[in-house]
Design a binder for this molecule. Structure first.
Ligand code: 6GU
Length: 247
């Protein structure tokens, strides 16, 4: 999958692509990165990528022309690689909040263009040049770069060949709208806290029931918003009733 990033800090994306599992996947040919700066597509002597807002007010606004030229350069690069034009996603705190469902949807695409805003924002007319606007949560970052890296990591780890264990993708938090069950490894007793006995029992069915119950309880306690969206079956209701009796 090709990630085409528009950023005034391409070195951030280049560094990200050189570390850990992402770097391995680049070497394996599963991922490819292209980061271009709108500063390279300016024509004034200061290479300006932003300017003061019309109407006054604080902060600077990113100029539309350098951003448009950078996106078009990415389009030419995709075409030269025999790929269709990448879906254009603007990273902005005003976008729809990114979810695991978005990660799955975007992971099916051959390429993705991520446009990182900086400063107070981008000229409103840039919105007409992008397909979607995405935020990674209800808080404000200085720019879209860290959000783009979060999105890239969430998407790329779903690609075939990226993760060693495909089963862990189905079991992990948010895969089925549930938080994941608790995990334990050695030692059996750690500073007075013991591993739950059922996990040492060798009874695989009992372990699976316990994990499902814990996932349900944890989701209800930590994320009532997700819990409310669940379609509980008879087994789930029985597990929750069991938990009430134990309490
Ligand atoms: Cl995508 N950009 C910025 N600047 N802030 C954010 C964000 C994005 N998502 C959450 N906060």
């Amino acid at each position: 999958m090709l990630f085409q990033v528009v950023t005034i800090f391409p070195e951030l994306i280049d560094a990200f692509a050189r570390v850990g599992l992402v770097a391995k996947s680049v070497e394996a040919g599963i991922l490819r990165f292209e980061a271009l700066s709108p500063r390279a597509f300016t024509s004034d002597k200061h290479n300006s990528v932003d300017d003061a807002p019309f109407g006054g007010g604080s902060g600077m606004v990113m100029l539309p022309e350098p951003l448009a030229l950078t996106m078009e350069a990415h389009d030419r690069s995709a075409a030269a690689a025999g790929l269709s034009r990448s879906l254009r996603v603007l990273l902005t705190p005003q976008g729809r909040v990114f979810t695991q469902a978005d990660a799955r949807r975007l992971a099916a695409l051959p390429g993705l263009m991520l446009i990182c805003g900086r400063y107070e924002g981008v000229d409103e007319r840039v919105h007409a040049l992008v397909d979607e606007q995405i935020s990674i949560g209800d808080f404000v970052l200085n720019g879209g770069e860290v959000a783009a890296m979060a999105l890239i990591e969430a998407v790329s780890r779903l690609l075939p060949g990226m993760l060693g264990n495909a089963q862990s993708l189905d079991e992990e938090s948010h895969a089925a709208g549930l938080l994941e069950y608790p995990h334990y490894t050695r030692p059996r007793s750690f500073r007075g806290h013991d591993v739950p006995a059922v996990l040492l029992s060798g009874n695989h069915a009992a372990v699976a029931r316990w994990r499902r119950k814990q996932a349900l309880l944890r989701t209800r306690a930590q994320r009532p918003d997700l819990f409310a969206q669940l379609a509980l079956d008879a087994t789930d209701r029985a597990l929750l009733a069991e938990a009430e009796d134990e309490a």
